[in-house]
Design a protein around this ligand. Sequence first.
Ligand SMILES: [Zn+2]
Ligand SMILES: [Zn+2]
Length: 231
Amino acid sequence: MLREWFYPPKCCGCKTLIDRETYLCPRCKKQLVRVQEPICLCCGKTIREEGQRFCHDCRKVYHGFVNNRSLYLYNGAARKLMYELKYCHNRDVAEFFGKALAAEFGDYIRGVGIDAIVPIPLHRKRKRQRGYNQAELIANELSRVCGIPVYPNLLKRVRVTRAQKELNDAERKNNVKNAFQLCKNGVKLNQILLVDDIYTTGATLDAAVRPLLESGAQAVYGVTVCVGRGF
Ligand SMILES: [Zn+2]
Ligand SMILES: [Zn+2]
């Protein structure tokens, strides 16, 4: 194909030439590490203490979402892909992540009866700077594969927040408190799935859950591509 002649498909991680549709070369793919069982029944992080159903964090903190599932550990390889997606305009990464989420969690998402997929929004200023919201691109692909509608404008971020990674636990909570509002009224959604790129303490998800529950949603779940250490 002419397109492949001019734009030969390259690995999203290391830029070596690859077959189309694979997104990553075998080496980069191997470096992505999946979250290992046993996982916390609430936030989806790996539990290190034996015999526990919830992680150390979730035994202390109440979360508004029913549960969250993450696919990859936020290691060097995952971080590199996130950087490509957020700062190098490489949208292929979002397609790859969306497809990977669908492959891993598609049955689960349909099983709990999700009727709406909602990406965590960026503030409009930040979205304008970047040109797109990376969580929205991932959610679009997940929606396409699972056949569940996506509502990118249901929530809006009404405060410009600092990057969560720069903050400690308490600061994170304050940083995103009241950061989200509902944009559209009159849409009746029951089981909502929030989609984000990285889960750390769950503060962002919790802040987004609140307006959804207040508007009458029955339950809110989350899926995130990566899980990072929040402490
Ligand atoms: Zn590669
Ligand atoms: Zn947990």
